[in-house]
Design a protein. Structure first.
Length: 263
């Protein structure tokens, strides 16, 4: 019985690989100039005046001034279907002086608010203008709607990295012409589940939690060796980033570590 089950599993994996090779689109290989130097991604816009998770105009501007080429913004569809930069709705309400509720606001109300009394929230059009003029990569989070993203933030798809949380969403982004979707993998078990597709180069970019890096060094180093890009979330530990960045993972999401204070 075990032998039959094993053969069946192998056959299923083989059929899946054949299907993915000939039916589903293949992602682009992300062009890394230097695989030994860790990439730094400004997490949720980056820290600003000691505040994190603001996704604010001031935080993004500060990150650009600090030399970040990759800036992550959490995206949420507001009540009138406009995209806004929000990490968590309850959190956003709290830091803008409102009750911690899960009630969605309109883009007009969103734009009126101030984060920690002074910081300006970002709508889709604001994000578009910033990244059109800066040349930095936009790293998206939370929003798994490629059509809405394309409509409201129509940046060159070479300049967007889309973090997604299911293989279905990964394929949706590819089918909509996005070149660099990144599948979020939360565990070692999940990493092994997707290993056939990673080896087959049907998944070329992943995100991975920092607390599993040490336990998964062998696997992550192997993925880097075959050209998979791995971004780890999140670290503000300079020594940790220097030890594992470029050798075990491609780079890190970070709130406060910049290229200026990394070396």
């Amino acid at each position: 019985m075990k032998k039959i089950i094993t053969v069946s599993v192998i056959a299923l994996v083989f059929v899946m690989l054949i299907l993915h090779f000939y039916v589903y689109p293949t992602p682009e290989t992300f062009p890394l100039k230097d695989r030994k130097t860790p990439i730094l991604i400004a997490h949720a816009g980056g820290a600003y005046q000691g505040k994190i998770y603001t996704n604010s105009a001031e935080a993004v501007s500060n990150s650009l001034e600090n030399g970040y080429d990759f800036i992550e913004i959490d995206l949420l569809m507001l009540s009138d279907s406009i995209i806004g930069g929000v990490h968590k709705l309850e959190e956003f309400n709290s830091i803008t002086g409102f009750e911690e509720s899960a009630v969605l606001m309109s883009s007009v109300e969103f734009q009126r608010r101030r984060i920690y009394d002074s910081l300006h929230p970002l709508l889709a059009n604001d994000i578009l203008k910033i990244f059109e003029n800066s040349g930095a990569y936009l790293v998206t989070d939370k929003l798994e709607n490629p059509k809405l993203l394309e409509e409201q933030i129509p940046l060159n798809k070479d300049k967007i990295l889309n973090e997604v949380f299911s293989y279905k969403s990964y394929l949706q982004y590819l089918k909509n012409g996005y070149k660099y979707p990144m599948l979020c993998i939360w565990s070692k078990t999940e990493l092994y589940r997707y290993l056939p597709l990673l080896i087959a180069r049907k998944i070329k970019m992943i995100t991975f939690p920092t607390y599993l890096i040490v336990a998964c060094q062998k696997e992550l180093k192997f993925l880097l060796s075959i050209g998979v890009t791995v971004f780890a979330f999140t670290s503000n530990d300079k020594e940790f980033i220097l030890e594992y960045g470029g050798s075990t993972v491609t780079g890190f999401y970070t709130d406060s570590i910049t290229y200026r204070n990394l070396y």
